[in-house]
Design a protein around this ligand. Structure first.
Ligand SMILES: Cc1cc2nc3c(=O)[nH]c(=O)nc-3n(C[C@H](O)[C@H](O)[C@H](O)COP(=O)(O)OP(=O)(O)OC[C@H]3O[C@@H](n4cnc5c(N)ncnc54)[C@H](O)[C@@H]3O)c2cc1C
Length: 304
């Protein structure tokens, strides 16, 4: 259901004009596909609580968006409000040298976090270098790499609840599982306190470079993608199952199951969301037929 005129006006006012309508979502996702977003709001802290409370009062759907690096937005687009965190909510807000923690805005790109860690000699996050998401997306997805999970570094999460209240949850209240962070529907992460290790700048720089090299060797980074499409089933790798099903290099329209990494579906140019979805369903069906294993998507599929 689309917003009515009054709701659009109210949101323009509440958001201080930081709202756009009919936004092509291909520009906001790393897969570079998807229809239009009905409305997109570049949020800063001052008015976000009021906007969220309003959206819930009016029953308008909304969706926090990071870099769209784990998203497939369908071709007919998505109704409601997409919320991008900007300004102070996309920056490092505070660093405490004494306890080696930093308070990072959820909209902060991980690449900027890496730059900060490298320049300050702060270690512990190097394995996430090359993940093209934000701090908020890495928490919401409990992003993982090289046997480690982002959640293990999160000491505190600041959340705006659907009622529009700010809640600060400490480590004892947080529950991270495989590619999942437990949170009530409609909550928006706005900041997190991350724990780091003191390291030399040279070591941090070297580790980041090594991890980036390893990614380049195994992932098809030359094409737009959303990273791993499926979660790994227990004691298995989704990529290997897809490869064993003979699907590497399989194409539908402009989409292809990567010939380099079976768990990546790439946009080789001009793909529609439907092409990617059709490949995803095909991989699920073929793996199920051959092994009985049901692959569960890791990417979030949204829109119509
Ligand atoms: C080349 C490539 C490599 C990748 N490698 C990895 C990898 O090694 N490991 C891995 O785990 N993932 C990987 N990914 C997937 C993706 O980058 C991660 O899942 C990342 O953490 C998503 O962050 P994002 O900011 O882009 O989130 P988005 O894709 O924008 O959103 C993902 C989900 O998080 C939610 N979300 C985002 N921000 C907030 C917020 N502030 N509050 C509440 N919810 C929020 C969204 O609503 C959505 O449900 C890769 C992707 C690519 C394209």
């Amino acid at each position: 259901m689309e917003m009515d005129k009054r709701q659009k006006k109210d949101l323009e006012r509440l958001s201080g004009g930081r709202i756009g309508f009919d936004c092509p979502m291909a520009q906001y996702t790393t897969l570079r596909v998807g229809g239009k977003g009905e409305a997109l709001y570049k949020a800063d802290y001052d008015e976000l609580q009021r906007v969220i409370a309003y959206l819930n009062k009016e029953g308008i759907p909304y969706f926090p968006l990071g870099r769209g690096s784990n998203l497939l937005i369908k071709d007919k687009g998505i109704s409601g409000l997409l919320i991008l965190l900007t300004g102070s909510l996309a920056a490092i807000e505070q660093e405490r040298r004494n306890d080696l923690t930093i308070l990072a805005g959820a909209g902060l790109p991980l690449v900027d976090l890496m730059t900060h860690c490298r320049a300050s000699g702060l270690g512990g996050l190097e394995c996430y270098a090359g993940i093209p998401g934000t701090v908020g997306g890495a928490i919401a997805m409990n992003a993982g790499a090289f046997g480690k999970e982002f959640g293990s570094r999160v000491m505190e999460v600041h959340i705006i609840t659907p009622e529009g209240n700010l809640e600060i949850r400490d480590r004892t209240q947080l529950r991270f599982t495989y590619r999942h962070f437990e949170m009530e529907k409609g909550a928006v992460i706005i900041r997190a306190r991350l724990k780091l290790d003191k390291e030399s700048k040279e070591i941090v720089a070297k580790r980041i470079a090594d991890y980036l090299k390893r990614r380049k060797q195994s992932q098809p980074l030359e094409y737009p993608s959303a990273g791993s499409v499926f979660k790994n089933p227990p004691d298995e790798y989704a990529g290997r199952l897809i490869e064993n099903a003979g699907l590497k290099g399989k194409r539908i329209g402009g989409a292809m199951i990567s010939d380099k990494h079976g768990n990546f579906i790439v946009n080789t140019g001009g793909a529609r969301a439907k092409d990617i979805l059709d490949l995803l369903y095909l991989a699920q069906a073929e793996v199920k037929k051959g092994t009985g294993i049901e692959l569960e998507p890791e990417i979030k599929i949204i829109g119509d």
